[in-house]
Design a protein around this ligand. Sequence first.
Ligand code: F6P
Ligand code: MG
Length: 473
Amino acid sequence: FDPTTPQYLTSDRSSFASVSADDRWPVIITGAIDDLHRTSLETKDDEKAKEGKSIIEKLAKLKYELQHNKNLTPLDDDGYSDIASYNQELEQRGNPKWHDVPWLYAECYLYRRMETFFALSKHWKGYDVFSRQKMSTFKSSRPAVLELAARYRELAQEAESGKGSEGKSAEEIEQAERILFSEMCEICLWGNATDLSLLTSLTYEDIQKLQGTEARKASQSNILVNDLDAAFDVMQKARREKKDGERRVDIVLDNSGFELFVDLILAGYLLSTGLATSIVLHPKRLPWFVSDVTPKDFADLLNCMVDPQTFYTAPDDSDKTHPALSDKEVTDVKFLFEQWSELHQDGKLIMRPHSFWTTQGCYWRMPRVAPELFEDLKESELVLFKGDLNYRKLTNDAQWDPTTPFTTAIGPMGPKSGIRVMAFRTCKADVVVGLPAGEDEKLRQLPDGGGSEARKWAWSGKWAVVSFSDGKA
Ligand code: F6P
Ligand code: MG
């Protein structure tokens, strides 16, 4: 079911795969150990603290195996059916070593293995070692959150009063909607630049810079492929043709915190303009790639927003206190909270977890591995795949020629699949497709572009692609 084009390997010195295995993953495991250590110290339950210690030992062993290039070992059975498939594939791949294994498989294995430690414990089931980090980064997104909350409320009020469309022709209104759609999508796209698994190389200041309006405007020319117009066209057509019918949009979520916040801004916008009548959100079943959204993260986000004053002004991890929010800022954030809670209660904003999203394979396998999910996605007008990992999974993290059409690289998810795919991705890995001829070569010539050796320009999240495939056409 997978394409024949070879995948990126952790042994490939010119790929971000080897940087990940050498530098990023040990830091991520160390962060997990620190977090667990801290929570174990805080717990009053001795038995739980003791068990916490034994999980720390397992994490340390995992780190040792990674850093000493040992073989990946079969996962312990924690009762979920995906374990057998992880282990079967491990065997098929010849029980590889950490520094000579397909990047995609190994990285999924890493998070799945960590999960088994908690799932098999007595006191730590469901514990998320990344939760603390996710929350504190969301806190540091305060300026961008406040800016967007204000902008969103202004737009919603304008729409309600009909002020924005007064005296405008139908074409002018359509044009304005198209522009706003692009703006919302771009917000949603660049929200993906702030992924915590890359935090090992980004500072909080860098993150804040990536999130504001100015940054977004400046980054417009960094969108190398931009199919937003095509997406707007199909959604507008659906709105016209199925005026009173169901028009569902799916978002295969990526990161929590700020990125989830902007995903919900887009969701609210699509619902309020009638471009969609329901939004189905697809979170991860377990802590994944550090910052990915779990159902609990969604609840946590809403909880922060119900009382933004407390959330944003309480001392943070560095014991810093923050200035109080103004009354307007509090009202802006609460406005969003109320809207989202209402949409959730009315069944217009739905969370639908599925274990497929945390399996090890690419999405070429979906029709075989998760046929019911594949069928379900056909019901949607548009399926938005957020972020880098989703893009790697759509394309099998394979070494495609960068001019390969997106529709080819996504295989069974492409033409005639019955699924409309839209990938929103800031580039944080080598794989990239759909570029015009010569573009990759040009980007490689930039300072830090990587030259003929490597596609370094594609590792930093600075460049983006928004690619569309109309599987219903
Ligand atoms: O490039 C770093 C990395 O962690 C990749 O391993 C992974 O594909 C990606 O970033 C995760 O990013 P995102 O959260 O955008 O999927
Ligand atoms: Mg992620």
